[in-house]
Design a protein around this ligand. Structure first.
Ligand code: B3K
Ligand code: ZN
Length: 874
């Protein structure tokens, strides 16, 4: 496979003005006709027309009316070159494809008898030859023809301009997209679906048609997606002055989908997981996911679609920015400061759980990668979540208003263009008269920076000095790093837990939090007039995606945990207290020592559990222990079984020692009456169900879980109770699993939960997973189902997956290879489960390496999986 480099970017030789597409849809044999009007690009020195194509049967190819023969063009793999073309070209192409055979779910495919497309990043070329690159933006007209009985609904981007009957029971629909777009935003749907629809009035008074399309039986699960769409439209108007530019906006749900959703212009296609919800089948987390993803895809309409990426290396330009926007949307929807803080804590947890390990592993890459083999492997937490952190840092450095000015300038300059991350940074800099040259390193240097803090209090001069030094570990291809521009928000806490006023150079800072700008390898910042020795609250609101290294004492952490006005750091103090203990316990398990948990820690947990002045949602995250993955990342050598036992010990100790309080909180946080997914109610359920889980970890009060399982009127409570019964090894667990399965047999998304719960249960070993694979409801071709069983086991059950006999790795090898034959994108995700193999004990490393080698030795690997295992072994 070939590596593609960012530095090799060249503008396209030809631009496409208009695209007319005709689809004669048939599952076995679909005819795709395309007519492109193209003009030579004055900005390019290239001469030849270049088109990309996947597995296509080429039926006809005409240039300016003349049929081309094999002598008129060259095909080299997936690239077609037509030399010596005139400046103005009309290209007509006819291809035949077989959507029903397309198991990759990339391009045009069939799911449950209906047609859908997925074109990002390079799926369009699986339908027809095309200059399939994001900097080629054109106007599209699309004609769809299909059997009317089987496919009554025919959708594409933009506006419906014509529809009618055809002979032989077929019908047609013609769609026109008024906006220029890159091919990756093209979409079509031909299906038997129904919709919930609504007319919605925009801020400028225009009425638009909103639709959510689903299979007939799911019409009772579309309300929340519709509500989220309306909230998104409103929010984008209010917060950013961005309006919907189309007369209609459609969301379509599909059961077979490689990722979460796709922002096709005017026709968003969604994994059912991020559309369908009602209280009976969806949990609070599902509801929050729907709001975030509906928002995310809608916000792409401006950040991604109106202004798109010049090339795929710039992916974070749209993804980092749009994740930041959806994060802010979710936070604003809650509205309260404490609710906002909990969303921020969730973001930090994701970053540490997934992005920090990626940044420290073999697939580590900058937010803007320099090279790739398969672009689909770079839809990563680094590009998305770290990219969002990078965008957030602009806002931290420039302030909300300054950031908004930068956004306005970005749209003013680049509407309907395909641009780069540098263009975004330039808009931010120019709109604010700031030099952001050094900030570029956040895009070009991989790895998680470490910020080390040292402090000194001078009781005579009443001054407090904070010395910050930064470093960044080597990553593949980048042995040495230059200093980053890091915003470090700090506050100082007095002995009573109050925020001390901040004075710098004789001037009082207007706020009790100040953003220090660390730009050098080492810098000292001095505060004056500090009347008592403070406890520093560093990196407030997680102001930069870095590891903070500061030698906090337990007393200082308890002080912050009890008092910090910055909720993120308050939570963080608790995490640090827990982590130091978890690491000690893990060591004790490994070395066969005795396990003890100190009263100080238990009392800190009790205090937060009982603090009624805090939102339940905050108390829940404050009581959650760092995950096994996180402990592994902090361990010198990973011992998964010891980590699991240590964490289980701690969970059961909490369950035992806080038993009475946990029961009291379960009673105090009931949410009777009609279910509502709002943050307050969800927070109560979250806390209550965590209490239940702690009791289950101590094998206590399982009757509470049993009763909740039987009585629950919503999925959050039902599924939490089931989880506690299974994890608590209740004698009722089997019965409950059976009942649950029977109750929800027809609800695919709930059956996914059923598989996922079992896959990640502590007692589930490889044999059990193999047994579950034999279940009639298991289907490896459905990505949600594959994720629910295979991924949940390989990524979510480390103590079993990493079994010392290597059985987990043998299973992984088999499944990666089996999946790769069907769906390389999904296979490549699973392939990454062994990324961190070098961190384990030597014997375990050997087993993992040989599993990787076995996959790598397979002759027929996709580029996707090939790239992942090659990098892991490098
Ligand atoms: N842009 C799509 C992701 C496409 C992934 C292609 N492998 C969804 C999103 O980020 O909104
Ligand atoms: Zn996105």
């Amino acid at each position: 496979p070939q590596t593609i480099y960012r530095k090799d970017y060249l503008p396209p030789a030809y631009l496409v003005e208009t695209v007319e597409l005709g689809f004669d849809l048939d599952p076995a044999r679909t005819i795709v006709a395309s007519r492109l009007t193209m003009t030579r690009n004055p900005a390019s020195k290239q001469k030849h027309i270049e088109l990309y194509g996947g597995e296509l049967e080429l039926v006809a190819l005409r240039l300016n009316g003349r049929a081309l023969t094999r002598r008129d063009y060259e095909i080299n793999g997936h690239l077609m070159r037509i030399p010596n073309a005139p400046d103005e070209v009309v290209l007509e192409i006819e291809t035949i494809i077989s959507p029903e055979k397309n198991t990759t779910l990339n391009g045009l495919y069939v799911s449950n008898g209906n047609f859908f497309t997925q074109c990002e990043a390079e799926g369009f070329r699986n339908m027809t030859w095309f200059p399939d690159r994001p900097d080629v933006m054109a106007r599209y007209t699309v004609m769809l023809r299909a059997d009317k009985q089987k496919y009554p609904v025919l959708l594409s981007n933009g506006n419906l301009v014509e529809e009618g009957e055809l002979p032989d029971g077929r019908h047609y629909a013609k769609w026109e997209d008024p906006f220029k777009k890159p091919s990756y935003l093209f979409a079509l749907v031909a299906a038997r679906l129904v919709c919930q629809e609504e007319t919605f009035r925009l801020a400028d008074g225009r009425d638009v048609l909103l639709q959510v399309w689903v299979e007939e039986g799911n019409l009772d699960k579309t309300d929340y997606a519709m509500q989220s769409l309306k909230n998104s439209i409103r929010w984008d108007e209010e917060r950013w002055g961005l309006e919907l530019d189309l007369d209609r906006f459609m969301i379509v749900a599909v059961g077979d989908f490689n990722m979460g959703a796709m922002e096709n212009k005017g026709l968003n296609i969604f994994n059912t997981k991020f559309v369908l919800a009602n209280p009976r089948v969806a949990t609070d987390i599902d509801y929050a996911g729907i709001e975030a993803v509906v928002g995310h895809e809608y916000f792409h309409n401006w950040t991604g679609n109106r202004v798109t990426c010049r090339d795929w290396f710039q992916l974070s330009l749209k993804e980092g920015l749009t994740v930041f926007r959806d994060q802010e949307f979710s936070a604003d929807m809650i509205g309260t400061d404490s609710g906002r803080a909990v969303t921020r804590i969730d973001q930090v947890r994701t970053l540490r759980q997934a992005q920090f390990p990626e940044d420290a592993g073999p697939m580590s890459h900058p937010v803007r990668p320099d090279s790739f083999v398969e672009i689909n492997n770079f839809y990563t937490v680094t590009v998305y979540e770290k990219g969002a952190e990078v965008v957030r840092m602009y806002q931290t450095l420039l302030g909300r208003e300054g950031f908004r000015k930068g956004m306005d300038l970005y749209f003013q300059r680049h509407d309907e263009q395909a641009v780069t991350c540098d263009d975004f940074r330039a808009a931010m800099a120019d709109a604010n008269g700031r030099d952001l040259a050094q900030f570029e390193r956040w895009y070009s240097q991989a790895g998680t920076p470490v910020v080390k803090a040292e402090t000194r209090y001078d009781p005579v001069k009443k001054s407090f000095e904070i010395t910050l030094s930064q470093s960044c570990p080597a990553t593949p291809g980048q042995p040495k790093k230059q200093p980053f521009h890091i915003p470090v928000a700090v506050g100082l806490l007095g002995a009573k837990g109050n925020d001390l006023p901040l004075t710098v150079n004789g001037k009082t800072v207007g706020s009790t939090t100040m953003v220090l700008e660390l730009t050098k390898a080492r810098q000292t910042f001095k505060f004056d007039g500090v009347l008592e020795e403070p406890v520093p609250s560093l990196l407030r609101d997680f102001s930069a995606p870095v590891v903070l290294d500061y030698a906090y004492t337990d007393d200082q952490l308890i002080h912050l945990f009890n008092h910090d006005s910055d909720a993120v750091n308050r939570w963080e103090a608790g995490q640090r207290l827990a982590m130091s203990r978890l690491l000690r316990l893990t060591k004790a398990v490994s070395e066969g020592g005795t396990l003890v948990l100190d009263e100080t820690f238990i009392e800190a947990m009790r205090k937060v559990l009982l603090d009624e002045s805090l939102d339940a949602a905050f108390r829940e995250v404050a009581l959650l222990l760092p995950s096994e993955t996180l402990i592994a990342e902090q361990s010198e050598v990973v011992d998964p079984q010891a980590i699991h036992m240590a964490r289980q010990f701690m969970r059961s100790a909490i369950g035992r020692k806080l038993q009475k309080d946990l029961i009291a909180q379960i009673n105090a946080n009931q949410t009777p009456g009609e279910y509502s997914p709002d943050a307050i109610a969800a927070g109560k359920r979250g806390l209550k169900n965590l209490c239940l889980a702690y009791l289950a970890a101590a094998f206590l009060n399982l009757d509470l879980a049993e009763r909740q399982f039987d009585k629950a009127t919503n999925m959050t409570d039902r599924f939490s109770a089931l989880t506690s019964l299974v994890h608590g090894e209740s004698s009722e667990a089997e019965r409950a699993l059976d009942t649950f399965y029977k109750d929800f047999e027809g609800e695919a998304l709930v059956i996914d939960k059923w598989f996922a719960l079992q896959a990640s249960a502590p007692r589930t070993d490889v044999h059990k997973v193999r047994e579950l694979m034999q279940h009639k409801a298991f289907n490896i071709r459905n990505p949600n189902r594959a994720r629910s069983l295979l991924f949940s086991f390989c990524n979510g059950n480390p103590a079993q997956f990493d079994a010392p006999d290597g059985s987990g790795y043998a299973f992984w090898t088999e499944q990666v290879l089996a999946l790769d034959k069907l769906n390389p994108q999904v296979a490549a995700r699973l392939a990454r489960a062994l990324d961190r193999w070098r961190r384990y004990m030597p014997e375990q490393q050997d087993r993992m390496r040989s599993a990787l080698e076995q996959v790598s030795a397979s002759g027929k690997l996709s580029n996707d999986v090939r790239e992942v295992v090659t990098k892991a072994l490098a």
